[in-house]
Design a protein. Sequence first.
Length: 331
Amino acid sequence: MIHARGLARTFRKKKQEVHAVAGVDLDVEAGEIVGFLGPNGAGKTTTLRMLTTLLEPTAGTATVAGCDLIADPVGVRRRIGYVSQSGSTAPEARAGEEVVDHARLYGISTEEATARGKRLFRELDLDGLWERQPKAMSGGQRRRLDIALGLVHVPGLVFLDEPTTGLDPQARANLWQHIRGLRAERGTTVFLTTHYLDEADALCDRILVIDSGRIVAAGTPDQLKSDVGGDVLTVTAEHADAAGQVAALMAALPGAEAPQVDGTRVVGRAPNGGAALVALVRELDAAGIAVAGIESRRPSLDDVFLGLTGRSLRETGAPPAVPTESLEAAR
């Protein structure tokens, strides 16, 4: 559905060349939900804008939805849906009119556009809002309306640019279910950008990580986590002067990496975290070291990003966590 090779974009800034995207290779197959993630300034938005024909590449080739990105950008536009981060609805318009007008731009008759729009409203839990103005809708309703606009012409591929930014946890979880439904019920391929790691983990079959204008990792969420190098062990000593001893015992575990010490807290990695934790507890007890807490956990996607880019995607303004039961329902 998307096949790009050497896709690049160079800007000129104060007589200097800035390589925003420096030769991206990526593949997205039909029916996949693929997450496209990267720190701010990594080239994520520039790549998305090129793939949706909003920005012409400086170099490289790509086929999007069966059309050549350079030779046939109009063909690409006819075959894709695009839901921008900022949305595309007019606050004063009526929701149904927006959808119908959008479909008419694709040559769809008013009658057919109305039928498709009302069907989408039912599928996206927008029943009863056909005459409502977007300014009178909730944030979740407006985002679902944006998705209806992107789907009314029945594209095989839809680009969702940070679709849940600014939504509360329940609205995010509901929108996740609708995104899953695009693939399950319509066979739609979804290319998703997001800053929220729990979202990528819950929704995506595969994840592409971009940094400094290049793809630095690709794989399923579980594959990327397993590549981090072991489970995370955390021990909090009761006294700071014992942290060095804790670190030495942790480092001596089979296959363990050198741990980091921060006051009373010691964090390291070891294969098979459950067994390593049991062995570490025994060693700590034998050494008479008192601890205030100890835990083992699987690596998270944030650990993946920290390892790949030296930066975290966890933003200061990240939304509240989605309730566990909602997250499981969205998987």
